[in-house]
Design a protein around this ligand. Sequence first.
Ligand code: HH2
Length: 379
Amino acid sequence: MAPALGIRRDQALTVTLSGLAADEAALLQKIILTSDRPDRPASEQPRPGVLSIHGSPAQLRHCRDRIARSQQLPDRLRSLVASQLDNALRSDYKMVIKGRTLDLGSRTHIMGVLNITPDSFSDGGRFAGPAQAVEHARAMAAAGADIIDVGGESTRPGAEPLDEEEELRRILPVIERITADLPVPVSVDTYKAAVARRALAAGASIVNDISGLRFSPDMAKVVADHGAAAVVMHIKGTPRDMQANPVYGDVVGEIAEYLGGGIDIALAAGVPRERVLVDPGIGFGKTLEHNLEILGRLDELKVLGCPLVIGTSRKRFIGTVLGIADPQDRVEGTAATVALAIERGAHIVRVHDVPAMVRVARMADAIVKHKKHFDGITG
Ligand code: HH2
């Protein structure tokens, strides 16, 4: 019988710790590299004050234990690094909003996009009237959407800010109707605290803020006061100017830092950590290469310790790769991004094509779950 060759690869993770003092990074690296285990993780310092650790979940767990036990590290650093490694290894988030539990670790959740705008890049004008919008929300919920994301202002590249009253006029009647008629939670896609306040009072329970709680100083407090959850998204610049030559040193590192700052803003205002989600903001101040790199390194954002949301649906970078001008024809490209984002740890995918992406997510979930079982990973 011919010899059989079995190759088994544990799902490797990269954990990047930034903001370290030079001596802290060096000391941590020494602790990791002097492990007497032959299968210790790889570690390097790509830039001053930054340490990345790359290994299988089992290797990272061992490394976390060594760091947590080390006498050489100051307490603050020891617990910070140990908790970041814990975050990188976990995926079992549960979010309770309005008495409902979203078990984000059990399967990927689907956020269906409901744009009540005349000018959104892919569906502007399609659901501009309240009746059409509510009907579309109903169809998305029936097809498996777990959250309906209602937006009244397009934030496509170059978009001008919309007047608050007009934004409210578009979204409030729809939020009232959906939350009264349907069991799915509603998020409001706005960066304006005054709009969020009225939307939450009308029944929404999540604020999806493309500015990561930065454009409106009161936003985090509004979220906290209503017992709501917040999606903290990364943007570089504003919708009007964000695509004018965005430049990064390390795109994922800078996004992680911005999102970490947004988490701190939320916590300081009294939003519990269990109600904060993060999103790297695909297309918001990013070139094609940035978007591809973010998707390839999405798992590095796990260190933030919050569920990951990602919105690639029908976006321009998909059109660029595939040479497809009409956003509505980018469904297969979107499917590829959704499947790979799930493999790299996304908990919620924000999509327009709900029936198709529910199937894509279920299939990707089955593969990921089976692989975790095979690799002996729980949670
Ligand atoms: N993308 C858009 C709007 N809101 N929110 C989150 N959390 N993540 C995203 O990637 C995201 C978002 C842009 O897409 P869309 O709403 O379809 O277009 P428009 O801004 O033109 O209405």
